[in-house]
Design a protein around this ligand. Structure first.
Ligand code: CDP
Ligand code: MG
Length: 632
């Protein structure tokens, strides 16, 4: 945090003002000593002479924070153009933007800004814009040429999230489209995606007019930079027709301990354990500061891990894989890696997405060990035998191969890509998974029989930056006169849930303002979704005390996630036949209604369902006849 002195200038020597300048100087020095600084000129030459560039450099070498500033200084923002940098994670977009704004000595949202779902910190003067890749995908829906960008940097490409993969495909064609000639227009039919208004059949004159628009705007080529922390850039290079790769090397930082854990629950129990153990030590040996970091932790709390530990203390950071590459925590000397990670998996057979704990890949294990000992020698303790390491798969399976694709498929359809299976993906998703999501979208009424986006439902769903089922719930809610209630529900389901906080901690946490922060987040989400649904002309009304109406609406939207109680108290998911249990944190854990719908399935040692609501069994064939007449 910059120690600004808002009260003004009383700061004499050693006062806040002096602190501020000392910090400024330190930052300038740090910037100069980053490995990337020595190749600034060469990088700028490469960007000028190539439209696609792949940059590989270890985490901490300065790619994310420095490159956009170099590009800005090299004149890539002339004519008001913007440099966009995408991140797979929201936290990274925010924390990096904050850092860069500070380095540039500007206020957040001015020259440097960020934009993530439900939180836009940019203005008309923003030139360096950090965002999630999902957000840029949505921008592509509104501007087929992404014309305000001169350079787009796809960061952390090695993570291979679905959004990154889809984005790479889209950017490849945007780049071609900006070059112009008719025969080079992309296989994506962008003319269909004008502000969500879709022209069903495109003809040559439309094609020509979109081309003229491109010429009329005198679009310069789009520079594309793919950045990755993993050494294997071959895949990216091949995908982009043999693009150059630039490697940056690095030596750096020391001191604290970083422990990789699988999720919030594990982090909290380890935190408790460490604190208990500490109390058993003599007082002078308790100088350990334990700090958690995971993505649903409010950003203020996350920022604490970046601050130096109090003098004489050692920091122990308990992190999820968020600390593998997305955020660099300075000063780590020891890494403890149990070799596990929680990953989203999707079963095309059951159509269910779940979070499971799986072994890391070798690439991940190496990446984790790479977080230790940048300045002096560092150490990584792998808590598994060497032969297990040998058994790990080489690299992480791209998320696109293991997640529910319905949101992506909906987005691609809205971008005019009709043939999803034939789309130029860097790595093709599983055919069954694509088919399953097409089925889901059809059941939700988003697709016509010809598998095109339906009007108005499919188009409306694509305009909402939400999971398709949540989007459908909003649309239905306008018919059930309970959109007010559904807005809040969907916002809560979209914002990381407060109910993940263990109950015994809730009180303490409230004191910590976490609750207020959560409420603020939900309200911001409600505001933004409300804006969306207002623009779409949906009828916003409240059902008041009529909870029956509201639950019927939930049943109509979440009918695919309906489950029936079994004699032994477990539940059977009607659509997949899977056996599940209500998560103990749910208020319905004890009540156990006969029939319910749920929002999320988590697989730990059991299949748990979360965010559940009681419904009446008989509503299902009534409200979802497209599905349940066939079934029963
Ligand atoms: O992208 P890459 O991993 O190559 O490095 P970076 O994120 O640009 O970070 C470069 C340096 O900036 C790191 O070594 C950190 O010391 C510093 N940094 C920071 O202090 N605070 C941040 N939020 C981000 C980076
Ligand atoms: Mg980075």
């Amino acid at each position: 945090m910059p120690s600004m002195d808002p009260a003004g200038s009383k700061g004499s020597n050693g006062g806040p003002k002096a602190d501020f300048f000392a910090r400024k100087q330190r930052i300038a020095q740090q910037r100069k000593s980053l490995p990337i600084a020595s190749v600034e000129k060469r990088l700028m030459d490469e960007v000028r002479s190539h439209d696609i560039l792949i940059i590989v450099g270890e985490t901490g070498s300065g790619k994310t924070t420095q490159l956009p500033q170099y590009l800005f200084n090299a004149g890539f923002c002339r004519d008001g153009k913007i440099i966009g940098i995408t991140q797979p994670r929201r936290v990274a977009a925010v924390s990096v933007a904050k850092r860069v704004a500070e380095e540039c000595g500007v206020e957040m949202g001015q020259r440097v800004g960020y934009s993530i779902r439900f939180d836009d910190m940019t203005s008309s003067s923003t030139r360096i814009k950090y965002m999630t890749d999902g957000l840029l995908l949505r921008e592509a829906l509104l501007d087929k040429y992404l014309s305000k960008y001169s350079v787009i940097i796809v960061d952390e490409a090695h993570e291979r999230t679905v959004d990154t993969d889809v984005l790479l495909g889209i950017l490849k064609s945007v780049q071609k489209a900006r070059l112009g000639p008719i025969n080079q227009l992309p296989n994506i039919d962008h003319t269909k995606a004008n502000n969500g208004v879709v022209i069903d059949k495109e003809n040559d004159s439309q094609r020509a007019s979109s081309l003229n628009q491109c010429r009329g705007l005198k679009l310069s080529p789009l520079k594309l930079i793919i950045m990755s922390a993993s050494l294997d850039a071959r895949g990216f290079s091949e995908y982009f027709g043999g693009a150059r790769a630039v490697h940056i090397h690095l030596e750096e930082g020391a001191g604290d301990v970083l422990v990789f854990l699988t999720g919030q629950e594990e982090i909290e129990s380890v935190e408790r354990l460490v604190l208990e153990k500490l109390l058993q030590l003599p007082e002078e040996k308790r100088k350990l500061k334990v700090l958690p970091i995971y993505s649903s932790l409010p950003s203020e709390k996350q920022m604490q891990v970046f601050m130096p530990a109090p003098t004489g203390f050692r920091k122990v950071i308990l992190a999820t894989n968020i600390a593998e590459t997305s955020v660099t925590i300075p000063g780590i000397k020891y890494v403890i890696d149990p070799g596990l990670v929680k990953a989203r998996t999707y079963s095309a057979r059951t159509g269910m997405e779940s979070l499971v704990v799986v072994p890391t890949s070798k690439a991940q294990a190496l990446q984790r060990s790479g977080r230790a000992g940048r300045e002096g020698p560092g150490k990584c303790f792998r808590l598994y035998p060497e032969r297990e390491f040998e058994k790990l798969s080489d690299s992480t399976v791209p998320e696109i191969k293991r997640c529910n694709l319905s949101k992506v498929v909906l987005q691609l359809k809205a971008l005019g890509v009709d043939d999803i299976i034939g789309f130029d993906f860097m790595e093709k998703p599983l055919r069954e998974a694509v088919i399953k999501s097409l089925e889901l979208l059809a059941l939700l009424g988003a697709l016509t029989e010809e598998s095109r986006l339906s009007k108005p439902v499919g188009h409306q769903m694509a305009r909402l930056p939400l999971d398709p089922t949540h989007a459908k719930a909003l649309i239905l809610a306008s018919q059930f006169n309970c959109l007010e209630e559904m807005l809040i529900t969907v916002a809560m389901l979209s914002v990381e849930s407060i109910f993940y906080v263990p109950r015994e901690k809730l009180e303490e946490v409230a004191v910590d303002n976490l609750f207020q922060m959560y409420v603020a987040c939900v309200l911001a989400a409600v505001r933004q979704i409300r804006e969306n649904v207002e623009q779409m002309g949906l009828h916003i009304a409240s059902c008041g005390d009529d909870m029956l109406q509201f639950r019927r609406c939930l049943a109509a939207a979440f009918f695919l996630n309906a489950a029936l109680k079994q004699p032994d108290g477990t539940y059977r998911v009607l659509s997949s036949g899977q056996s599940v249990q209500i998560h103990p944190s749910s208020v319905l854990f004890r009540t156990k209604p006969d029939c319910l719908i749920f929002d999320e399935l988590v697989r730990t040692n059991h299949n748990y369902i979360r965010n559940v609501s009681r419904v009446d069994y008989l509503w299902l064939p009534e409200l979802a006849p497209q599905y349940y007449t066939l079934k029963e």
